[in-house]
Ligand binder design. Structure first.
Ligand code: SF4
Ligand code: SF4
Length: 257
């Protein structure tokens, strides 16, 4: 019989069946970010902002992404997904993301185990996606040259060159890549490159009724993303890997990994 403590330990280690290493967060002060932004050249560079304070875990973003990018809906692979974090009064943390949250969080009981309200210190949602790293390890390890970074900072996969070796999947510290069961190639979020380069928002941004997600040029003073990053405290995930992620989080709790 699985005890509550057993499943909490499992929850600590697993999201959607993936092992999660403990990681740190890096907080950027506005003045530090402004300096970073100024250090960029005139070349435009895409970046993304996720406001965790606003996410309600409805999963409309994850669902819209699947439909937009023709990822088989029932396959347990996601270009973007939403994680739920539940911190308990005894200090343990439970993380789950049933079906990547593409159907939302339909149960209050992670993994089917009841957690009573009085046991919970705090509970919140964190959307995740490819971080479109400045130094993408997925590009560095691809032996076929199928994974590459565009001039404006987005890492893409050329399916005609991908040999399906999976090196990029295992070398992404954010678990952002997966094997597409239809194309038999590596797959990942592209920031909806086919849309943003035509002046549109990503599908996930358009689907979110709560304004959680934003995209723009990090070095364009007119973009909302620039304004947020250069004036508010933002954080990135797992800075210790040195990938220099370009998804910036507002309100990121220290228990997020
Ligand atoms: S998050 Fe992963 S898949 Fe995305 S650019 Fe960085 S290393 Fe590559
Ligand atoms: S659509 Fe918006 S509020 Fe709903 S889960 Fe996604 S980011 Fe959160």
């Amino acid at each position: 019989m699985v005890t509550r403590r057993d499943f909490i330990k499992a929850g600590l280690l697993t999201v959607a069946g993936m092992a999660i290493p403990i990681s740190a967060l890096e907080m950027f002060k506005p003045e530090a970010m402004a300096s970073l932004v100024r250090s960029f050249s005139e070349k435009k560079r895409w970046a993304f902002v996720v406001d965790t304070n606003k996410c309600v875990g409805c999963g409309m973003c994850a669902k819209a992404c699947k439909l937009e990018n023709e990822i088989p809906f029932d396959a347990d692979v996601q270009r973007t997904w939403v994680e739920r974090y539940i911190q308990l009064k005894d200090g343990d943390v439970v993380i789950d993301s049933p079906k990547g949250a593409r159907l939302g969080f339909t149960s209050n009981d992670p993994y089917g185990h009841e957690i009573k309200d009085e046991e919970i210190t705090k509970e919140f949602f964190v959307p995740k996606l490819c971080n479109q790293c400045e130094k993408p390890s997925c590009v560095q390890v691809c032996p076929a040259g199928a994974t590459y970074k565009t001039e404006d900072g987005v890492s893409l996969v050329d399916r005609s060159w991908c040999i399906g070796c999976g090196y990029c999947i295992t070398n992404c510290p954010y678990y952002a890549r997966f094997f597409n069961p239809v194309t038999n190639t590596a797959d990942k979020c592209t920031f909806c490159y086919h849309r943003i380069t035509k002046g549109k928002n990503t599908a996930c941004i358009d689907a979110c009724a709560f304004g959680v997600r934003k995209i723009g040029y990090i070095n364009d003073p007119k973009s909302e993303v620039f304004k947020i990053i250069s004036t508010q405290r933002v954080a990135v995930l797992k800075p210790e890997y040195g990938n220099e992620p370009h998804v910036f989080y507002l309100g990121l709790d220290h228990i997020v990994r």
